[in-house]
Design a protein around this ligand. Structure first.
Ligand code: NAD
Length: 485
């Protein structure tokens, strides 16, 4: 059977859908079944350059629209995304693999960014600052930074786009987006919505490509791009941030995490284990906020572990289209191999498997990249899994004795994105939220994220914040005007 070619091409440049100038294409495939979903255009650096030129040409007129016009377009986009939520969720499950219920949640979250920034757009306020000199006035203007180049990952293939594009549009910036090569169809679906919502030609541009590096080089080297916003791995993010720094471009990077999940003996270990199971296996462990080191105070370890094992035993793996399945496939073979490496190394160094530990095969599972939800006990600092982001369904349990000890262990990483603490002691909750070197802290809370709140990383987990008021500031320049009248 032939693979459907996406009609008219998947590059969206200057308000027109088209093929790559060289005619190249690549395929998007379903990670659960191996089915080929569609043929998309494969942009070269020249295509990226044309997209940047279109964004640059549209910038001045877009910056001059009123915040009310920009807000109204974002409201329209939100309405369309809500109307098409089911269609988008099914596409996401097919292309990225997460269970349909999780895909529906992500579409809602993606819509939240559209509506939040539709509202925030109206609050791009300036300031008047008193001067020490009579007759002098200071004005502070907030203006769009200019053309934004955005690069998004495959694990949240719709919400990571609106989290960047909505604030950029609200601020008055034009955008060129390069989505992940694993999920181009989700990006096309979002762009169709933005186009239909009335975003003018050139204001948003899409370059799907299987070769990210040349497109990334164009974003860095083109003087017309004023800001780079990236979500993805720490390795690539650091490389791009370095390139942006040497050209004095503004940059926001949301990178990897290595979240500690800390359970104290004053907390209910059953409730904590329920939370751990939900957030650890979210998106099959492929979220930057997934716990990667689960620290449990020794006196409650047995009860915590029993409940976690019970919950893990109930997690079915398989195609996310089937509501019985809570664990979808990993995105590709390399991810599967990484799980095998992390688990193999831990077991070789003395960890024990309390659940899972291997690739899942047999029947329909053979066609996808499925790995069993896994629990490792007696994990120690020499193991790779203690140091590196796993990005998969493996839960490493580490016992601890004291508060000071666990704070030191939790902070002993170059990463600083999400962290979780289960405690009923208010004083301890405050000590932990202040001591943890992580930019997001959940206290008895496994979902400390919202379009209304600033999200991002400290240390090697990133620079800048997305969502909240801060998410809009990332796309605004601050201009000082001194006036003597
Ligand atoms: P990745 O860095 O390989 O890819 C992310 C994006 O960067 C993709 O669009 C890819 O095509 C692009 N890219 C890769 N090499 C590039 C280059 N040389 N130039 C320009 N673009 C390039 O990451 P991944 O493995 O696909 O994504 C998973 C990572 O993303 C994890 O580490 C995860 O923690 C992180 N992540 C972070 C957040 C956050 O908000 N902090 C959210 C989601 C994912």
């Amino acid at each position: 059977m032939g693979v459907p070619r996406i009609d008219g091409g998947t590059l969206f440049i200057d308000g027109r859908w088209g093929e790559a100038a060289g005619g190249s294409t690549f395929e998007s495939t379903n990670p659960a079944t191996g089915e080929r979903l569609g043929i998309v255009s494969d942009a070269s650096r020249d295509d990226a350059s044309a997209a940047v030129a279109a964004a640059a040409a549209a910038q001045a007129a877009w910056a001059q629209t009123t915040v009310y016009e920009r807000s109204s377009i974002l409201y329209q986009a939100h309405r369309l995304m809500t109307e098409r939520a089911e269609e988008l969720a099914q596409l996401m499950t097919a292309e990225q693999g997460k269970p349909l219920r999780a895909a529906r949640n992500e579409v809602r979250y993606a819509g939240d960014f559209l509506i939040w920034f539709a509202e925030e757009a109206k609050r791009i306020n300036g300031e008047v600052i008193p001067s020490a000199n009579s007759g002098q006035r200071f004005l502070v203007l907030r203006q769009p930074v200019g053309v934004v180049a955005a690069i998004t990952p495959w694990n949240y293939p719709i919400s990571m786009i609106t989290r960047k594009v909505a604030p950029a549009l609200a601020a008055g910036c034009t955008v060129v987006l390069k989505p992940a090569e694993q999920t181009p169809l989700c990006a096309v679906a979002v762009f169709r919505i933005l186009e239909e919502a009335g975003v003018p030609p050139g204001v948003i541009n899409l370059v799907t490509t299987s070769a990210p590096a040349p497109v990334g080089a164009e974003f860095l080297e083109s003087a017309r791009v004023r800001k780079l916003s990236f979500t993805g791995s720490t390795e690539v993010g650091m490389q791009l941030a370095g390139g942006a720094a040497s050209r004095m471009k503004r940059v926001s990077v949301e990178l990897g995490g290595h979240a500690p999940f800390i359970v104290f003996d004053d907390a209910d270990p059953v409730r904590a284990a329920k939370g751990a199971a939900l957030v650890k296996f979210l998106n099959t462990g492929q979220a930057c906020i997934c716990p990667n080191r689960i620290f449990v105070q020794s006196s409650v370890m047995d009860r915590f572990r029993a409940e976690l094992e019970h919950r893990v035993a109930a997690l079915h793996a398989g195609n996310g289209m089937d509501p019985a399945n809570a664990i979808g496939p990993l995105i590709d073979r390399a991810s599967l191999e990484k799980m095998e490496r992390h688990v193999g190394d831990a077991v070789a160094r003395g960890a024990r498997l309390a659940a899972g530990g291997a690739r899942l095969t047999g029947g329909d599972l053979d066609a996808g990249f499925f790995f069993a939800p896994t629990i490792l006990v007696d994990v120690t600092p020499e193991m790779i899994i203690y140091r590196e982001e796993t990005f998969g369904p493996v839960a490493p349990l580490i016992p601890f004795e004291s508060e000071d000890e666990v704070i030191a262990m939790a902070n002993d990483t170059t990463y600083g994105l999400a962290s979780y603490v289960y405690t009923q002691d208010l004083g301890r909750a405050f000590r932990l939220m202040e001591a943890l070197e992580f930019a997001v802290v959940g206290i008895n809370d496994i979902n400390p994220t919202s379009a209304a709140a600033p999200f991002g990383g400290m240390k090697a987990s990133g620079l800048g914040r997305e969502g909240g008021r801060e998410g809009l500031s990332e796309y605004l320049e601050t201009k000082l005007v001194g006036m003597v009248l």
